[in-house]
Design a protein around this ligand. Structure first.
Ligand code: SF4
Length: 309
């Protein structure tokens, strides 16, 4: 299968992320494809040669991956605007993948420029560059792998499904359900603190939940960050940093690291939880929180005592 990867308005974060893929590695997964062009990985032909080959019909294109947002001020390729090239490649490819929040929703570049968008969305507005009704030869809309950046295994999953000829079920934002049915909250090791409303006192600490003060968006963000760990070992919330909701359409938001409150209630409640239920349950939970959750997990004074003894 032939694959072509272009970068639009991008920081290359998704390429960097993908290069860290494990089991399989980026090399292993790409070895299953013929990569016609990738700006950082291939060297056999230039971007222009690769694009011209496909547009002239000399090369079939199975998978087109776009990393980064699209706007009118981008470079020309073979005399055509970048946006025109992306549109043409998308109609030729059997599968089109938008990789990362810029390619999916527009993200940071779209915040600064009205004319910039993602492939099939501009934030929550469906359409983007290719339009609402766009479908590939295989009948798919753009397969959106959101995230800033996306986890490498999320792309690997999609490529493997395509390679094996398996269907990929998508949510209403074009994201694979296998990855985005979950919330960042699922699998977070701070869940017990969340349930008993024990709040983190500081960023970077092992103890406490980051939802109540530090703006963690884990309970309303669709991602598998705590199910498929980063570098196989960790995630933001595991390391004591709140989830910033980077897989959602409204990223980036203002006010990271701070939970906005209205009348003592978080402005946004966990997905599907009503105000009454939240007030009732969290009030009871806080009153009955086990004492062991209120101290440090590792008591350094005890450790010093044992060394002296
Ligand atoms: S830190 Fe965030 S993801 Fe973890 S339990 Fe608290 S709210 Fe959920």
């Amino acid at each position: 299968m032939k694959l072509l990867w272009l970068q639009g308005l991008s920081c290359s974060g998704n390429t960097q992320s993908f290069l860290c893929a494990e089991n399989p590695s980026a090399h292993e997964i790409l070895s299953s494809f013929e990569v016609l062009f990738h700006p950082a990985i291939t060297w056999e032909r230039s971007e222009e040669e690769a694009v011209k080959g496909v547009l002239a019909g000399k090369e079939e294109l199975d998978i087109f991956i776009l990393e980064g947002a699209v706007g009118p001020k981008l470079r020309k390729i073979g005399g055509k605007s970048f946006a025109e090239v992306v549109k043409k490649l998308s109609t030729k490819a059997r599968y089109v993948i938008a990789l990362g929040n810029c390619a999916v929703f527009g993200n940071i570049p779209a915040k600064a420029d009205e004319s910039v968008s993602g492939l099939q969305f501009r934030f929550l507005r469906v359409g983007g560059l290719l339009g609402k009704g766009f479908r590939t030869k295989e009948g798919y809309p753009v397969i959106n792998i959101s995230g800033c950046p996306a986890h490498p295994s999320w792309l690997t999953y999609v490529l493997n499904q395509i390679r094996r000829g398996r269907r990929i079920a998508l949510d209403e934002l074009g994201r694979p359900l296998e990855i985005y049915s979950y919330l960042t909250h699922h699998g977070c090791i701070r869940n017990e603190y969340f349930e008993w409303k024990v709040e983190a006192e500081e960023l970077g600490r092992k103890e406490g939940c980051l939802f109540y003060h530090f703006g963690c968006r884990g309970p309303m963000t669709h991602s598998s960050c705590n199910r498929i760990l980063w570098n196989g070992v960790s995630s933001k919330t595991r390391a004591g940093m709140p989830c910033v909701g980077c897989t959602e359409y409204d990223f980036p938001r203002e006010g990271f690291f701070k939970t906005k409150h209205v009348m003592n209630l978080p402005e946004e409640l966990p997905l599907g939880v009503g105000k009454r239920a939240y007030i009732l349950i969290s009030g009871v939970a806080k009153s009955f929180a086990p004492e062991r959750l209120k101290g440090r997990l590792i008591d350094e004074s005890r450790e010093k005592g044992s060394q002296q003894g």
